[in-house]
Design a protein around this ligand. Structure first.
Ligand code: KG4
Ligand code: ZN
Length: 360
């Protein structure tokens, strides 16, 4: 039996520096160095700080991954690197390191779209067959995709402004909760009453699968200020109720738009009823439960990868690279770092650039 190629994956498109080693669908090592503490004081990811941290840490991540996997650089068959979309300084760090390694080792290099990494993750974790419907929800992205192959994606809709993770992060900031906002807002919401404070359900009145989250942040600010004006401050219960109301709005909107995306998907692919979710916001239990319910209603198989592979990591980049490698794709030394790189070039470009870099 011949061994599957050993792929080194590199990821540095936002605020996680990561390296991974993968053989087939086996993750031999996946090292992720986060940067939350570096950006905390600024209330968001600072591109220059992120780029410097990536440049300083990428090779450390690679060394650690090699160590954990018990392999040497010489054994690596190919290097897969995120070439976009994302914050340009970070993407450049990864692409430059990949070029150096590829040239030094005489090994092939494959530029990978970060979104394809997320979108193909259910194949890595669960061996999901093509085609399937994917909901990609993270701090920088939100879109529905039909995934037919490693380079064959159709975007059914997406956010027209903020990504949901961004909205969670802003909500946390407005309520004085720690970053990243998703986990802290979710924890608060557990003790809250989602019905006490009503939030809008943006774009549900419009047909299609597009979403909007920036209004929720404004709604939260208004509600917070109204309670503060009335009582002179927020109680612990007020804060929990605000978090619960906000999270319920995000959950409901995503669930309803998923229902619509499922209908469009099933029109085209009735024989492969499958929905998968990826991206950091897929860690949210309320959202997972709502998506599971949509799948139960519509008879779809639901795949939600483990959290460590939902948030940014390099194993997904190595895996997407392995599919491209198997298809004969190779990148040359002219591989460029792309701040924007839509998966589906046929669909209309997305508006807005997003706090965490370009949306696609
Ligand atoms: O995929 P990811 O690691 O990075 C991006 O590509 O953006 O996602 C990070 C985002 C952050 O905005 C974070 O607040 C959000 O995912 N997130 C969550 C949860 N865990 C992480 N959002 C809601 N609920 C969670 N439990
Ligand atoms: Zn991501």
């Amino acid at each position: 039996m011949t061994l599957s190629p050993l792929i080194l994956g590199l990821e540095s498109s936002c605020d996680d520096t990561a390296a991974a080693l993968l053989r087939g669908r086996e993750v031999l090592a996946s090292v992720v160095m986060g940067q939350n503490s570096l950006h905390e004081a600024f209330g968001g990811v600072v591109p220059e700080i992120a780029a410097r941290a990536h440049a300083e840490r990428l090779d450390l991540c690679v060394e650690q991954a090699l160590d954990e996997a018990g392999v040497t650089l010489r054994e690596v068959d190919a290097i897969a690197v995120t070439a976009g979309p994302g914050l340009i300084g970070g993407v450049l760090s990864g692409v430059m390191l990949a070029k150096g390694l590829a040239a030094g080792l005489g090994k092939p290099m494959i530029g990978v779209n970060h979104l394809a990494g997320h979108a193909l993750t259910p194949r890595l974790t669960d061996g999901l067959a093509f085609p399937y419907l994917m909901l990609l929800v993270s701090g920088g992205h939100c879109q529905f995709l039909i995934v037919r192959g490693p380079e064959d994606f159709t975007r059914l809709g997406g956010t027209i402004d903020d990504a949901p993770g961004e909205a969670f992060d802003k909500t946390a900031r407005l309520l004085g909760l720690p970053q990243p906002g998703g986990p802290s807002v979710e924890a608060e919401a557990l003790n809250g009453d989602e019905k006490r404070i009503r939030f809008p359900r943006p774009l549900l009145d419009r047909p299609g699968c597009d979403l909007s989250f920036s209004g929720l942040k404004t709604a939260l600010m208004r509600q917070r200020d109204a309670i503060t004006a009335e009582k002179g401050g927020l109680t612990v219960q007020d804060r929990a109720d605000l978090c619960a109301g906000f999270q319920a709005a995000v959950r409901d909107v995503l669930a309803e738009k998923t229902r619509r995306a499922v209908a469009l998907y099933l029109d085209e692919s009735p024989d492969t009823p499958a929905l998968a979710v990826a991206g950091g916001v897929a860690a949210n239990s309320a959202l997972r439960a709502a998506l599971q319910a949509v799948c139960d209603e519509t008879g779809l198989q639901f795949t939600a990868p483990p959290l460590r592979l939902c948030t940014d990591n390099a194993a997904m980049i190595a895996y997407a690279g392995s599919e491209l490698f198997a298809a004969g794709r190779r990148s040359g030394m002219d591989l460029s770092a792309r701040p924007r790189w839509p998966l589906d070039t046929r669909s209309a470009p997305l508006v807005g650039s997003g706090k965490k870099g370009a949306k696609a």
